[in-house]
Write a protein that binds this ligand. Structure first.
Ligand SMILES: *[C@@H]1O[C@H](CO)[C@@H](O)[C@H](O)[C@H]1NC(C)=O
Ligand SMILES: *[C@@H]1O[C@H](CO)[C@@H](O)[C@H](O)[C@H]1NC(C)=O
Ligand SMILES: *[C@@H]1O[C@H](CO)[C@@H](O)[C@H](O)[C@H]1NC(C)=O
Ligand SMILES: *[C@@H]1O[C@H](CO)[C@@H](O)[C@H](O)[C@H]1NC(C)=O
Ligand SMILES: *[C@@H]1O[C@H](CO)[C@@H](O)[C@H](O)[C@H]1NC(C)=O
Ligand SMILES: *[C@@H]1O[C@H](CO)[C@@H](O)[C@H](O)[C@H]1NC(C)=O
Ligand SMILES: *[C@@H]1O[C@H](CO)[C@@H](O)[C@H](O)[C@H]1NC(C)=O
Ligand SMILES: *[C@@H]1O[C@H](CO)[C@@H](O)[C@H](O)[C@H]1NC(C)=O
Ligand SMILES: *[C@@H]1O[C@H](CO)[C@@H](O)[C@H](O)[C@H]1NC(C)=O
Ligand SMILES: *[C@@H]1O[C@H](CO)[C@@H](O)[C@H](O)[C@H]1NC(C)=O
Ligand SMILES: *[C@@H]1O[C@H](CO)[C@@H](O)[C@H](O)[C@H]1NC(C)=O
Ligand SMILES: *[C@@H]1O[C@H](CO)[C@@H](O)[C@H](O)[C@H]1NC(C)=O
Length: 395
């Protein structure tokens, strides 16, 4: 009888190997033999923990299945992919310790586009007081990538030194990002803070972002995006685009940036499109913006070109920019030229651009009245900002 029971138990465990965590809803990576010494590759342990988490069902009493990365330890991960869909209708990943990337080029096992990616996980929450450190000198990968993760929530973490963009969100709807701290050196190229593409209903708030590139970039397919209470700098500002590279049809709409600060950034409120593209950028607003020595606080650049082997000849077509509002800008900018640049393409140009309550002064020449360099732009500037055609604008 007891032999039978033992047999049965063994059979059960083998046959339902995924269910040995039955009823459990908290999965600490240490249970799965993660070491956490910052040297050992803990990727396999994390994948096992993920499998258990993703296979768990939501139990009434214990709540949402949660993967715990404990405090006081440092976990080394190689490029890793966490895939859904998961059984439970929501999953949590609580990061209290540190996750680090291999810190030399040779230490990376494989060359992928992303270091850590989450794919097709609905209702995923990643929160905690921990850190995700991309270690900068690894291969050129984006640090954390989310693909098809509807109802994604990211909260509280510190993201450091990604080799490329820190957080990329692609094909995700109804996303909330808050209380993050993203830091990379000012001179590290392409280290965007947060990149959004093909995603709608995204809320990003109360975060500080200082990197070597855009603090936040809204790329193709971004719509209904609210960005509130972000302190950006150093970096290249908050950018809609770049859009229309290599003749592409691309769009961005309903992007609202409010109560944000640009501190020592190269740009502030920026819209950038390539020559020769098509599509549109419309319904964009930047309101209640504080500037602390931002170089180009307001800029629409329809001649964007990163010069990396691109043919950037002026073209007859460009992504259409319209219905853009800049309201309530205060503080200082650091530019000997114009504070405001609207360098719009000949056709169709930039239509219905509103500037309202723009009260900014130059750190280099505090007595100077603000003015704008304008080409092919249409709209309402209130109070009137002198708008003139400047030699350095494109022909
Ligand atoms: C959840 O609670 C209900 C009512 O208390 C109970 O009938 C059901 O069996 C529970 N489900 C699970 C998975 O525990
Ligand atoms: C997301 O998860 C929460 C519980 O954490 C649940 O109440 C909610 O219904 C889920 N939403 C969806 C769309 O599954
Ligand atoms: C993470 O979220 C869960 C569920 O909302 C919550 O219980 C937990 O306290 C949060 N942890 C941190 C560190 O914010
Ligand atoms: C996302 O949120 C918006 C606005 O709250 C809502 O209208 C929409 O139905 C949601 N999307 C999905 C896929 O539930
Ligand atoms: C904003 O983020 C900071 C830093 O993460 C946090 O201390 C503060 O409580 C957050 N404020 C709100 C309103 O969430
Ligand atoms: C963005 O803000 C507007 C106005 O405050 C609000 O109506 C809208 O629902 C918000 N959108 C999202 C995605 O939070
Ligand atoms: C921006 O800040 C002001 C003043 O603190 C506040 O009244 C307003 O609600 C904030 N706007 C948003 C979108 O949070
Ligand atoms: C602006 O950035 C400088 C240099 O990083 C920093 O010392 C200062 O505290 C920042 N100011 C604000 C208001 O964040
Ligand atoms: C801008 O700030 C003013 C004053 O703090 C506030 O009343 C207003 O609601 C803010 N506007 C937005 C769009 O947040
Ligand atoms: C101009 O843009 C504003 C703000 O996006 C919008 O409300 C208004 O309808 C636009 N006007 C025209 C004529 O398109
Ligand atoms: C413009 O900003 C300066 C400095 O912050 C302030 O003293 C002045 O009252 C502001 N003017 C208007 C019209 O808001
Ligand atoms: C500005 O608006 C006027 C009147 O609608 C139009 O004729 C002109 O072409 C517009 N210019 C640009 C650059 O869009």
């Amino acid at each position: 009888m007891s032999k039978l029971l033992v047999c049965f138990l063994i059979f059960c465990n083998v046959a339902l190997s995924n269910s040995i965590w039955y009823g459990q809803t908290t999965f600490n990576v240490l249970q799965f033999d993660a070491v956490g010494d910052g040297q050992t590759d803990d990727s396999e342990a994390f994948l096992k923990a993920w499998e258990a988490l993703c296979g768990a069902t939501e139990a009434n009493d214990t709540g949402t299945p949660t993967l715990v990365v404990p405090a006081g330890k440092t976990f080394l991960l190689q490029p890793i992919k966490f895939s859904g869909p998961c059984k439970s209708n929501s999953v949590h990943v609580q990061i209290l310790g540190k996750i680090v990337a291999p810190n030399t080029l040779l230490a990376w096992k494989e060359c992928k586009e992303f270091w850590i990616s989450f794919s097709e996980v609905t209702n995923l929450t990643i929160n905690g007081t921990g850190e995700i450190d991309g270690n900068e000198c690894g291969k050129l990968l984006q640090a954390i990538h989310f693909y098809k993760c509807d109802y994604l929530q990211l909260r509280g973490l510190k993201h450091l030194d990604s080799p490329k963009a820190h957080i990329t969100i692609n094909n995700c709807n109804n996303v909330s990002v808050s209380n993050l701290h993203i830091i990379a050196p000012e001179d590290s190229p392409n280290t965007d803070g947060i990149d959004i593409s093909m995603s709608t209903f995204v809320n990003i708030r109360n975060s500080t972002i200082g990197t070597g590139d855009d603090c936040i970039a809204l790329n193709n397919g971004s719509s209904h995006i609210n960005i509130t209470s972000i302190v950006c700098g150093p970096g290249h500002g908050i950018s809609v685009g770049s859009l229309g590279e290599d003749g592409a049809y691309e769009t961005a709409e309903e992007v609202h940036v409010r109560n944000c600060t640009f501190n020592g950034t190269k740009n502030g409120a920026r819209i950038k499109t390539w020559q020769g593209g098509s599509g549109y950028v419309k319904g964009i607003s930047f309101e209640n913006i504080t500037l602390i020595g931002a170089k180009n606080p307001i800029i629409i650049d329809q001649y964007y070109c990163d010069k990396n082997g691109h043919n950037c000849k002026p073209s007859a077509s460009a992504v259409n920019v319209s219905n853009v509002i800049y309201r309530g800008f205060q503080g200082t900018y650091a530019n000997e030229e114009e504070a405001i640049i609207f360098d719009c393409s000949n056709t169709p140009g930039c239509q219905n651009v509103t500037m309202n309550q723009i009260n900014i002064t130059s750190t280099l020449d505090p007595g100077k009245n603000i003015s704008a360099a304008c080409k092919n732009v249409n709209g309402t500037f209130d109070p009137a900002v002198p708008c003139s055609l400047w030699a350095y604008l494109h022909p």
